[in-house]
Write a new protein. Sequence first.
Length: 429
Amino acid sequence: MVGLMFGVYVSCQVMILTLGEQIGNSEYTLGTGLPSQTEFSMDINSSRNVYAVIFDAGSTGSRMHVYHFRKKQDWNVELVHETFQQVKPGLSNYSADPHKGAESLHNMLESAIVEVPAKLQSQTPIVLKATAGLRLLPNGAADNLLKEVSDLFRRTMFHQVEHGVEILGGSEEGIFSWVTVNYLEGAFHKNGEMVAALDLGGGSTQITFVPKQKETIESVPDSYLTRTNLFNRNYRLYTHSYLGLGLMSARFRVLGGTEDEDDGASSSSDTLRSACLPPDHQFSWVHHGGRKFNVRGLAYAESGYSQCYAAIHPLVTSLVTPVPELSQQIIYAFSYFFDRAVDSNLIDEVSGGSVLVEDFQEAGEQACGNPDKDDPFLCMDLTYIYSLLKDGYGLDLKSSIHVLKQIKKIEVSWTLGAAFQVLTSLGHL
């Protein structure tokens, strides 16, 4: 079980968060400042600028975050600005050509070099953490990709961090995402209310929150719980990552494919079929890892929402642990939760919005009843998201979820939490 300790100090309008996490032989400590209501403040009298370059190598794309902090004194640190860029496909699609995979990051790396002042680059850590896409690659393929990325990073003036290019643990991903969301919403400020974080990536999905009910703490495996101390009060953080239940991996499972760490994505058939696809529609689909599959819908009589839900429901209920009290939490959801909610017109594509669990159900029914060959997975994705929330996590149909991509113009991602960790470990925060 991963241990997690928070220590908080509040001075004027600046909040200090310390997160110590024991993972193996490494100790992690995070320091942050409290954001303002609309923008992160910039004080021209600040004594020192601090930067971090964090790459998120996801299963469907690679994303770069350049964070600019300003440290005034001691732990008085403010987040000033974030530069965000992304590219598709993800590194896992270059398993057969690792060098080309590393080169896919080149343009974003050039942007980071421009963004960070030259005199600070030698002090600025550069980090790449890979998530589920690389976790699911056959043995050796992920290592080759990461080695090429390391070689690319060494050709820059950025500070090379030990273990700075590696696969991120699922529990770390969930915890860092939770830290990011609560930090950006000011929940770590005095008397702030913590929110639950639901992340739906391509290869895995994470759930992290502070449980309020004793039954939750007593009923789940120890590996789902992390000890915390916040504002001099003891808490336990519920966090779990479901590898293989991210949106892309879920699609593959529903289509009848299998994923194995030794063999990669595989199928016993040349053509994958599902009742969730437009009837009789046939097309090719590239799964993470770069493997291409033929995909086809079933006949009209065998297709539709009911048949699609019947295929997804047992997958979710057999693998996901229900969390009855989640309905009582303030819930924030992001990543593919946001993308598919936008695609089905449930929320605004810029500001996001709040939806009910039943809204995903209704959107799924509509997508399945009026299949779109230009977006053939919409029926499947919405039905899966609904089942994950309702049948998996145990949310009520009327449970409200804040679905968003940014908070105060900052991307919601585990990368901000990771930036705190690496900068503090180097003594920069």
